[in-house]
Design a protein around this ligand. Structure first.
Ligand SMILES: *Cc1c(COP(=O)(O)O)cnc(C)c1O
Length: 349
């Protein structure tokens, strides 16, 4: 059970509570499928497939996602990538130069960038040596202005899941909003936290079509939360933030679940193969357990090995500048063919 007193309206910025959202033509007359002459949005009337504004509420797409997750479409907000969704969350809850957010490095770099853009203080509480949250250290840094806390699970760049027990301890105690970033959840051996939205009113779960769903280029981020939180984010989102081409491509792709599952299975198999190979490479000192589509490995000299792989025509990510990540490289799992080439290159070094 949730032990905290949670009143969402006390967390929202005053200007957001008061503001009147923009009302678009498509908000005022919603049903574009009716046989009407539409002269309300100053569009060019000559049809070319995209001459009309897109549905600002993306109803078709939300319906499919709501069925998939067994929740209401009122629990969903869509954005131009999760990056937009995350930015909306900062702008809804954090008063610049007054409020603060809690992040748990090493983790996804956008939380810091968005804090800086929005002029919000970031309080960094390092993960422990197993890349799990240090609960005592977190609550030492939390105060009444701590509005958001970001948990990335599976975590980027370490690849591990945050244990359910630690997540629950945070959800039960943090009086702001907890955001669980599940960009890699489709590769993981654990259920999504979306199933617990009814239990935790202070929970936001973000997902994306950029990773397992293979649509990084169309930019579609998904936010799952209580109806109250979604209503607040809806007030401040740009009216037409998800374009028509994205909505169409996303619907087509989501309908093709068997293809997506085939690709996920192949990626996980290739990940396991790459883990096995990496563990035999002489300069690899440690491989971190991954529940994602990438592997973090500690090596003897990350800069040297990075440069050597570039010369072999392979680009990976050097994560050594992140805390707890000295001399680490992050390998995204590619196709079977790419995996082979990477393995051959590694064995040659
Ligand atoms: C890749 C990634 C995202 C994806 O962001 P989009 O804007 O949806 O492409 C989000 N969170 C994490 C942790 C990621 O690694």
């Amino acid at each position: 059970m949730n032990k905290i007193q949670f009143n969402i309206n006390q967390l929202v910025r005053k200007n957001v509570v008061k503001l009147q959202p923009y009302s678009s033509a498509r908000d005022e007359f919603v049903d574009i499928n009716q046989d009407m002459i539409f002269l309300d949005a100053n569009e060019n009337p000559y049809e070319n497939g995209v001459n009309r504004y897109p549905d600002p509420q993306q109803r078709n797409l939300k319906e499919v996602l709501a069925n998939q997750k067994k929740i209401s479409d009122k629990n969903i907000l869509l954005g131009n990538g999760s990056d937009e969704v995350l930015d909306l969350i900062y702008r809804a809850f954090c008063e610049p130069r007054v409020d603060n957010i809690i992040t748990l490095p090493p983790t996804y770099g956008m939380y810091t960038v968005l804090a800086n853009i929005n002029d919000i203080e970031e309080r960094k509480v390092l993960l422990d040596s197993n890349f799990q949250p240090d609960i005592a250290a977190i609550f030492d840094r939390v105060d009444t202005n701590s509005k958001l806390l970001f948990i990335c699970s599976p975590n980027n760049p370490s690849g591990n899941l945050i244990t359910q027990d630690r997540v629950k301890q945070i959800l039960n105690r943090f009086e702001g909003v907890v955001i669980i970033d599940e960009a890699y959840i489709d590769f993981a051996d654990q259920k999504s936290w979306v199933d617990t939205l009814n239990v935790y009113p202070n929970l936001i779960v973000t997902q994306t079509l950029s990773k397992a769903y293979g649509l990084a280029g169309v930019r579609l981020g998904i936010c799952y939360a209580s109806e109250e939180i979604i209503a607040i984010l809806n007030k401040i989102k740009p009216p037409y933030n998800v374009n028509e081409l994205t909505q169409k491509r996303a619907l087509d792709r989501i309908a093709n679940q068997s293809q997506i599952q085939t690709e996920i299975t192949a990626i996980i198999e290739n990940r396991i193969q790459l883990e096995n190979t990496l563990s035999t490479v002489h300069f690899v000192e440690k491989i971190y357990t991954s529940e994602a589509n990438f592997i973090l490995a500690k090596v003897d000299d990350a800069n040297k090995r990075y440069d050597q792989l570039i010369k072999e025509g392979i680009v990976i990510r050097n994560r050594s500048k992140q805390p707890l990540c000295d001399n680490t490289l992050r390998f995204t799992v590619g196709t079977t063919e790419e995996n082979k080439k990477l393995i051959t290159a590694l064995n040659r070094l």
